[in-house]
Design a protein around this ligand. Structure first.
Ligand code: F6R
Length: 609
């Protein structure tokens, strides 16, 4: 989704701004733009496509330095990805420039009114009404500051905004309502961004704006206040990661780096949380009293996090006997779910910014449910609005396809299930057995990663197929959905995850030599059933790639290729089983020449509903 970066103070120059938005590329975008203030002039550059290949010299500043600048990556919503629609957008005079993330819902009526007042529009975007509104209000308001605030009060919708005014080139005006804004506090410079990634090159000290707040940034500091004008004191927080965490570090792609980091990220998800003596987990962000009164859980999430949520349901029901429902973030509000007393709503989100999941959290709070977040990004909106939660500590995930966050989510959900289970009669022995298995996962994940070349070789043989099925049951059914999602999003191959027993109720009609099936069959409890499903596929001429535990000769006999995963407990099978699926999808996409880190049409953090 769109990205914002702004910089005021020492060292401001076009290169720094372009470097800043390059660090936001992972969010997904289709056009970009930069605006710098030098003397009392604003100079802009806007382009369609990737930032790579363009250098800052394209911004002709006539040899002068700049005082401040804003830069943006746009993921088109209102209007096609064209230069005219790329941000920044300016007012009629060219003295106000503004970048925006989010959607202004009442832009149509505002635009009509502004047009009638003589304003000329040059784009199809919702954003462009904002600089014109400020321009209009400047005619009657005493200051830019007042006009900026006045304009914000007229907007309906979601925004994260950064604006500049040619007559005050040493300031950037920012505001947040529903779309994240984080300030970076450097020595003799102040920065703004839509997430902390572009800030770490300059500072680790940050401030997260809350909805309804605005800030004015100068080189030596900033002031924050509410839209109503009341000043607010903000807490300075430290970014927990450094520059190496958001760089590729020798890997050809972030996705491969992140897949390869899983032994460590899985470990970080349970590190310091296992209480061996009691066979349980210590989850600092969620108080005991809250967990003791839980009678049912309702998980809300989207995409990969939703797939993790489906596994979470099985974990919570099997280990803790807590009835659990899973909803898409986008469905929760509109399906009017029954939320009874004692319901704990668990929001799972890597980014902590997904608009649909956030909307579900807000709805859950309105109907009086307790909410906890299972998020990766510390200080993200969902984490903050839930108030309580369990961070997965996977480290920055830059590749658009979620990989290490998924396995870390599963580990954290397992800890929660064991903890709730121990409160509700899960035996000490069972708890310990489970925790022991969890602690073996990092080493087992390393073993799987060592098989990377062989998986790449298998992938090469299937890379030209245009349709795939992934089948699994129980814990491996959501893993099948996740495997299919990984393949389709980065290689653009149509792939479908199917509950294996459901095959004969329809999808088996798709089986042919051209439609290979990935059969997930590593759980002991339903192994025989999976063998039966594999026979049915083979009998119809289907080709099988099987993911099984070591030594399953029968499945090996049915499959064209077999990938073995190390032995673990059934509920933990997806943590290991998904790793070869991630590697498989990655290798297929590379073979097809796809841009795995920036797949077409996708955004890393989906901040619009
Ligand atoms: C798929 C993927 C998406 C996200 C989804 C939710 O690889 O990354 O499906 O899982 O957009 O994002 P978060 O977890 O940030 O809420």
């Amino acid at each position: 989704m769109c990205g914002i970066f702004g910089y005021v103070g020492a060292g401001a120059n076009p290169e720094v701004l372009i470097e800043g938005i390059k660090r936001l590329e992972y969010r997904g975008y289709d056009s970009w733009g930069v605006c710098v203030a030098c003397d009392d002039q604003l100079t802009m550059l806007r382009r369609v496509g990737r930032i790579g290949g363009v250098d800052a010299a394209d911004l002709d500043l006539g040899g002068k330095g700049c005082l401040s600048g804003i830069a943006h990556t746009r993921w088109a919503t209102h209007g096609a990805p064209t230069e005219a629609n790329a941000h920044p957008h300016a007012d009629c005079t060219g003295k106000i420039a503004l970048i925006h993330n989010g959607i202004i819902e009442n832009y149509g009526s505002l635009r009509e009114k502004l047009r009638a007042q003589g304003h000329r529009f040059r784009s199809e975007t919702d954003t462009e009404v904002i600089p014109h509104l400020i321009e209009e209000l400047l005619k009657s308001e005493p200051s830019f500051d007042a006009a900026f605030q006045g304009a914000l009060r007229l907007l309906v919708g979601a925004y994260g905004i950064a604006a500049m005014w040619a007559e005050d080139p040493g300031a950037i005006y920012v505001a947040r309502h529903g779309s994240p804004i984080v300030l970076g506090l450097g020595k003799d410079r102040t920065l703004v961004a839509s997430d902390p990634a572009p800030l770490v090159a300059h500072t680790r000290e940050v401030i997260y704006l809350d909805d309804g707040e605005l800030a004015i940034l100068h080189c030596d500091g900033f002031e924050t206040r509410t839209l109503e004008g009341a000043s607010v004191n903000k807490r300075v927080q430290q970014i927990a990661f450094g520059l190496p965490d958001i760089e590729r570090g020798g890997f050809p792609h972030f996705m491969l780096k992140e897949i390869s980091e899983q032994p460590e990220s899985i470990h970080n998800a349970y590190r310091g949380r296992i209480v061996r003596a009691e066979g349980t987990a210590k989850l600092g962000g969620v108080d005991e009293a809250l967990l003791r009164k839980v009678q049912r859980c309702h998980i809300v999430a989207c995409g990969t996090s939703w797939n993790a949520g489906l596994i979470g349901k099985y974990l919570l029901e099997n280990l803790a006997r807590v009835p659990t429902q899973v909803s898409y973030g986008a469905e929760f509000r509109y399906s009017h779910p029954v939320i009874e007393a004692g319901t704990l709503v668990i929001a799972i989100s890597q980014s902590g910014e997904t608009a649909d999941t956030l909307a579900a959290v807000r709805e859950a709070k309105i109907v009086g449910a307790d909410t906890i977040g299972v998020c990766n990004v510390v200080g993200s909106t969902i984490a903050r609005e839930c108030g309580k939660g369990i961070y997965i500590h996977a480290g920055p995930e830059i590749g658009v396809a979620s990989t290490k966050a998924f396995t870390s989510q599963l580990v954290v959900l397992s800890l929660l299930a064991v903890h709730l289970g121990r409160m509700r009669g899960l035996s000490l022995r069972a708890g310990l057995l489970y925790l022991d298995a969890l602690e073996r996962l990092p080493e087992q994940a390393s073993q799987l990663l060592a098989d990377r070349e062989r998986i790449a070789e298998i992938a090469r043989q299937y890379a030209r197929c245009e349709n795939f099925l992934y089948v699994g049951r129980l814990y491996e059914y959501p893993a099948a959905l996740e495997g299919a999602l990984k393949l389709k999003e980065i290689s653009y191959i149509h792939a479908e995850g199917v509950q294996a027993a459901e095959m004969k109720h329809g999808p088996i009609a798709l089986i042919s030599p051209e439609v290979p099936t990935v059969v997930l069959a590593a759980q002991e409890e339903i192994r025989d059933k999976m063998v039966g499903n594999a026979h049915e596929i083979r009998a119809r001429g289907g080709r099988i790639i099987a993911v099984t535990q070591e030594g399953d000769r029968e499945m090996e006999g049915l499959a064209e290729h077999t990938i073995h995963i190390p032995k673990t407990l059934d509920p933990l099978v997806p943590v290991l089983g998904v790793i070869p699926l991630q590697l498989f999808a990655y290798s297929v996409a590379i073979e097809r020449g796809c841009d795995v880190d920036k797949p077409r049409n996708l955004a890393k953090s989906v901040t619009v509903e």
